[in-house]
Design a protein around this ligand. Structure first.
Ligand code: ADP
Ligand code: ZN
Length: 738
């Protein structure tokens, strides 16, 4: 624009019109800056408003981040209209900015997480039901007959359920509607936010529990942000105790968020909540339908919904008055989002709590080293429940040395574990066999030529799933049929399964205990979340003798009949390249063994290991968690690993190996690390190809005092820009290293 026209512009705005209002609008795409739009006369927008704006040739929605007066707005496009959506509060906008600054993700992508709910699936249909009203039709087929019989009680039934129950297609029901025999009616929706009653029941607490409750209530009454680590052994009553914090927050009329790592599987939790508060909390996770999400979204924004139990994404919801955040099983890796915005929900919960002036409670039997160190340093209040509730003993944990007591050839259960399982069945109690490997076998090879089945998109072995008669990649989802002959040498019947998965274990269990009722609990079985919830309930009711499960079974379930836990491969995970391998294994096995003996019988756990003297195994057997934490923390400190130092990972990927590698090298050359910063790599990633993308990693390690984000931002700004299909992913505080 020439200087002349600028003068004209300013003359114009000074004389005729008042200064234009300019809105800086953040758009939920991978953009870091807010774009400026002029606000047309007659439209009033405030920061936080959701608006429609033009972007390139399209129309999109965005959120007004700021408004200001500007003299010259004539070259700006105009805001089109306000959207019919809940505005974002200033705290939520601050939170979005904070998360973006911390994770180095574009602000627009973070905003997207806070906006995702309202716009989705607006046209989703309401579930319809039918009811019998009219006379039977002239033509009565057996299918119609079945439908009419089921509906003869005059009750309303969901169309889909009716089809299943009567074994008919929807056309049969539509035909009956057309003939006036049935009428359609919308199914009543479960209420979104019935009010939980803090005084619905009263829990009688033990002395230790009362003390813990007192400390939590104290933090709530102070009405300022604070973080408390609630550390209590499995079965100590952490849930009962933090329910009191929820009750107190309800009494104040404020909202509570309970974050859970595996919300889809917490049917038991919802029941317990209902027992304590009279109603279920609202749920927020990927299994909740779009329409329901939309309602929850506005019920939270209006303050009507008081308690929500949700997965990590619930952290970005528009609370009207958030008064408490609980992070259950705070050590869980599921809290780290590994794609898009790489954020850790536990850490960001602490941030949101601070912005909202809401206390945060982190609960775990096996806290992360990070939270432990924060508690020891006095940054968090440390509340402990050292004993199981009701005088129940902690499970007795012992090892089975597989060098001395090995399983038979091609088998995975040692004779000693088998005889313990037998005794457990005889006593009418349950056994849990834990193996963190889905499918039948982690590797399939040809005995004749040695061919191994590898994923075509990833450098990973395909996992055999016998149940689905397929070979699958657990990284990209690739599925192929297991062939009859070797694709490489054409030998017949030459393919051998190597190593165990839960399905293979089930085979061995069926062989050893043909009369036992055994169940595999794994997230990839057909039937989805609903089936898993039902199965978990059945286990809790004592319906099975032997449960075989992956890590999913370890998470917080309460199985009163379970008295024996067998860890099939306690060494699995200890040898990975993950710097947190020891901590993770300790936490995982601590959780799994903690499932035993929560009812009326004493619990026992047996760890099968080739290395029973490993410090992690020894710590589990001795039950000396303090010592484990002390030693692990000392090692972290000596190596300046988190939380004593900071880590970030850069993942450079491209469709071909060469551009990924050369860009990774160019990036590393521009690193210029100042004192206190170490840049390691680039190195080819342990899984070198995922979904056809070749991957290199650079690890950045800094002293605690170094603001790692500032350093990274400056480095990336001076480094050459990535071209073509080369991408750089930034992962602050990485939790996975593949
Ligand atoms: P954690 O969360 O620490 O594993 P839970 O809160 O699940 O422990 O408690 C374990 C079991 O003990 C649950 O069945 C719970 O209902 C019961 N329980 C704990 N504390 C009490 C109490 N004060 N009164 C009655 N039952 C309790
Ligand atoms: Zn793959």
């Amino acid at each position: 624009m020439s200087s002349d026209s600028r003068t004209l512009d300013s003359l114009f705005s000074e004389s005729d019109a008042p200064a234009a209002v300019i809105a800086d609008v953040l758009i939920p795409l991978a953009l870091d800056i807010a774009y400026s739009y002029k606000v047309p006369p007659g439209l009033v927008v405030e920061p936080g408003d959701v608006v429609h704006v033009p972007l390139a040739a399209r129309e999109t929605i965005g959120v007004v981040w700021e408004t200001r007066k500007g003299a010259s707005a004539s070259n700006l496009k105009a805001v089109m209209s306000k959207a019919d959506a809940t505005p974002l509060s200033s705290t939520l906008r601050e939170f979005v900015d904070w998360v973006a600054r911390y994770t180095l993700a574009p602000r627009g992508l973070v905003l997207r997480m806070a906006l995702r709910a309202p716009e989705i699936e607006r046209n989703e249909r309401i579930a319809m039901g039918v009811r019998l009203v009219g006379a039977p039709p002239a033509r009565l087929t057996p299918a119609r007959q079945r439908v009419l019989e089921i509906l003869s009680d005059g009750l309303l039934r969901a169309k889909r359920d009716l089809c299943d129950e009567a074994g008919v297609s929807a056309a049969v029901i539509d035909g009956l509607i057309d003939e006036g025999t049935l009428i359609p009616e919308p199914m009543p929706q479960a209420p979104i936010a019935p009010l939980p009653d803090p005084d619905f029941t009263t829990t009688i607490f033990s002395e230790a529990q009362s003390k813990a409750v007192g400390e939590l209530l104290n933090s709530i009454r102070q009405e300022q942000s604070s973080t408390t680590l609630l550390e209590g052994v499995t079965g100590s009553g952490k849930t009962e105790v933090y329910f009191e914090a929820v009750a107190e927050t309800l009494r104040k009329g404020r909202q509570s968020l309970i974050l859970m790592p595996e919300i889809a599987l917490t049917g038991q939790f919802l029941d317990r909540f209902e027992k304590r508060f009279g109603v279920r909390p609202a749920e927020w996770h990927s299994g909740v339908s779009g329409r329901r999400r939309e309602k929850i979204f506005s019920a939270l924004a209006s303050g009507e919904a008081k308690v929500i139990a949700g997965a990590r994404s619930a952290l970005f919801l528009p609370y009207a008055d958030l008064g408490l955040i609980i992070v259950d099983e705070e050590h869980e890796t599921a809290y780290k989002q590994e794609d898009g915005v790489h954020y850790h929900a536990r850490d960001m919960a602490v941030v949101r709590g601070r912005l909202e002036n809401a206390p945060v409670i982190l609960a775990s039997a096996t806290p992360s080293i990070e939270s432990r160190v924060n508690a020891k340093a006095g940054r968090y209040t440390h509340v402990k429940l050292p004993e199981r509730h009701g005088g129940r003993a902690m499970p007795d944990i012992a090892t089975i040395d597989l060098r001395v007591d090995p399983p038979g050839k091609g088998r995975f259960l040692s004779p000693r574990l088998i005889s313990e399982i037998r005794e457990t069945i005889t006593r009418g109690e349950q056994t849990l066999l834990y193996l963190n490997r889905r499918g039948y076998a982690p590797l399939t090879l040809c005995r004749h030529c040695g061919h191994r089945f590898q994923c075509p998109n990833c450098t990973t072995w395909l996992v055999e799933h016998r149940f689905r008669r397929a070979l699958m990649c657990h990284h990209c989802g690739h599925v192929e049929r297991r062939p009859e002959t070797c694709p490489s040498c054409s030998a017949e019947d030459s393919l051998a399964a190597c190593g165990p998965g839960v399905e293979r274990l089930q085979e061995e269990v069926a062989e050893q205990f043909p009369d036992a009722r055994a169940l595999v609990l794994s997230s990839d079985m057909p039937g989805g979340i609903e089936r898993l919830r039902r199965e978990i309930e059945a286990v809790a009711a004592g319906d099975f003798n032997i449960v075989i499960g992956t890590q999913l079974v370890a998470k917080g379930h309460h199985f009163p009949y379970l008295s024996l836990v067998g860890v099939v491969d306690a060494d699995l995970g200890l040898t990975s390249g993950d710097p947190r391998a020891a901590e993770r294994t300790f936490q995982m096995l601590g959780q799994v063994t903690g499932r035993a003996g929560r009812g009326h019988t004493a619990g026992r756990a047996l760890l099968q290991s080739y290395d029973p003297d490993h410090p992690v195994i020894r710590a589990l057997v001795s039950g000396d968690a303090e010592r484990f934490y002390r030693e692990e923390t000392a090692q972290r400190e000596a190596a300046s690993m988190p939380p004593f130092g900071r880590l970030a990972a850069l993942i450079i990927s491209a469709n071909d190996r060469q551009p990924a590698e050369s860009y990774a090298r160019a990036l590393a050359r521009a690193a210029e690390p100042p004192p206190g910063v170490m840049v390691l790599g680039p190195a080819e990633a342990p899984i070198a190809v995922i979904r056809g993308r070749h991957r290199f990693r650079i690890l950045v390690k800094t002293d605690r005092a170094v603001p790692i984000q500032t350093y990274l931002r400056e480095w990336l700004a001076r480094a050459p820009k990535a071209t073509g299909n080369v991408r750089v992913g930034i992962d602050i505080d990485p939790q996975s290293f593949y």
